[in-house]
Write a protein that binds this ligand. Structure first.
Ligand code: 6PG
Length: 229
């Protein structure tokens, strides 16, 4: 794991956007297409706006979420709504987006339709993860009954989870599918998140802090992009 520390979030987001654009341009040059997985929450919003302002062959980029709340895409707390309103704008408006939402009785009933959308995707070129103060990432929460299934090496591509410490049923890519990537990033802003990172690094129980599975693996390069504010 490589820790990149920046004096503030502006410096972080400028450097992070530049690194992501380099990865996406290289993917397009080598394979004719690029696959970018992003997370929701508060942290990535300025980064998304910087990417939207960046000229790139966005029509050759496929964007999808690592997880979403099981909400219609126009709902206030939908990650898809956040991505459509901040990232898929201006230059990046031409990117392809694959939704993790499908109308069904609940998140569990929606999984087969969503899994079908994701089944043919190749290795991801970049995955941007966030982290909660409980050490969750994507919607792999320590508290949820489905965690072991989502963290298993033979897990399905996507699953539904029901965290008890956060609202909404969730749709999340599994640990195994998120690790089928060329580069992982963990995007952290705030000294509170650095303390959680240090706690995650201090032990090995991955079910207690799921982010550990990503920090402690060595198969995929992992960069932690951090600033204190
Ligand atoms: C979500 C995210 C989640 C997020 C972390 C950090 O659906 O909320 O996918 O995993 O990345 O909870 O969220 P903040 O950036 O808001 O701290």
């Amino acid at each position: 794991m490589q820790l990149q520390q920046f004096v503030n979030s502006d410096a972080l987001n400028d450097a992070f956007a530049a690194q992501l654009v380099t990865i996406l341009e290289q993917a397009i040059a080598e394979r004719g297409a690029a696959y970018l997985v992003v997370s929701g929450g508060r942290t990535p919003q300025v980064l998304f706006a910087k990417l939207a302002d960046t000229p790139l062959a966005w029509e050759k980029v496929t964007v999808l979420l690592a997880d979403d709340r099981y909400l219609p895409p126009d709902a206030e707390h939908s990650n898809e709504r956040l991505v459509r309103n901040t990232l898929l704008q201006r230059h990046a408006a031409s990117a392809r987006f694959i939704s993790l939402y499908a109308a069904a009785d609940d998140a569990y009933a929606a999984v087969p339709v969503i899994a079908n959308r994701l089944s043919a995707l190749p290795t991801f070129d970049a995955v941007i993860l966030g982290m909660g103060e409980d050490g969750h990432t994507a919607s792999l929460f320590p508290c949820c009954a489905e965690l072991a299934a989502g963290m298993a090496d033979n897990a399905p591509v996507v699953l539904a989870t029901s965290p008890t410490t956060a609202p909404y049923q969730r749709i999340t890519l599994s640990k195994a599918r998120l690790l089928q990537s060329r580069q992982l990033f963990l995007h952290l802003v705030g000294s509170n998140k650095l303390a959680v990172l240090e706690q995650a690094q201090a032990d090995t129980d991955q079910l207690a802090m799921p982010i550990r599975a990503f920090l402690q693996q060595t198969a995929v390069p992992m960069a932690v992009m951090y600033s204190p504010s």
